[in-house]
Design a binder for this molecule. Structure first.
Ligand code: 5GP
Length: 178
């Protein structure tokens, strides 16, 4: 099935997304209380979220970018996480904030948390996802911070793609059935 832009229904508007990000920023500022943070953006989907989120953070902060892929083609996950590029600096003793676009099965989040625990003794490792599709979970992973919980819809926009398209939309939309 093809996804056409005119078939998309808005799930979260630009304004709703930006307000939520501001709230998340405030929560994170409170938690870190001025301590330095390494913000790790998971490419490609989280790039818009990560960049908007860090603008609200007021502690000393460094950004890193890693690239994973788990989606096959179309609407479903391949069930296997591929580390396309996961080169990171020494994160021992650091506060690490992993920034993701969406947690679906939780396989990507689990892979990343395991990777962190195996490779570094961080001061803290927190996981922040803009969207949380709790109903699709196949692992026991829960994000420490999330923006919106959604039901089992395939969403696009604001970094999330369908076959590489629609990342550039300012809103988050889905293909409506009704
Ligand atoms: P998980 O490993 O939790 O199953 O999935 C994580 C990744 O799958 C996300 O980073 C995202 O790239 C992709 N994904 C999961 N659900 C959706 C969705 O509804 N829409 C899009 N475009 N990608 C999704």
């Amino acid at each position: 099935m093809d996804v056409k832009i005119e078939d998309l229904k808005i799930l979260f508007s630009e304004e709703q997304i930006q307000n939520k990000i501001k709230e998340l920023g405030q929560e994170l500022n409170k938690f870190y209380n001025g301590e330095e943070v390494y913000a790790i953006c998971v490419l490609k989907g989280a790039v818009f979220f990560a960049i908007d989120l860090v603008k609200h953070l007021n502690m000393p902060l460094k950004m890193e970018f890693i690239r994973l892929s788990s989606y096959g083609t179309g609407f479903s996950t391949s069930g296997k996480v591929n580390a396309v590029d996961i080169s990171l600096p020494d994160l021992n003793g650091k506060n690490v904030l992993i920034i993701e676009d969406i947690i679906d099965t939780g396989l990507t989040a689990k892979f990343l948390m395991d990777f962190m625990h195996c490779n570094f003794k961080t001061k803290s490792t927190k996981f922040c996802s803009l969207l949380d599709k709790k109903v699709s979970r196949r692992t026991d992973i829960e994000p420490d911070y999330y923006g919106f919980e959604i039901d089992d819809k395939f969403v696009v926009g604001y970094g999330l793609d369908y076959e590489g398209y629609y990342r550039n939309l300012r809103f988050i939309g889905y293909v409506g059935e009704e």
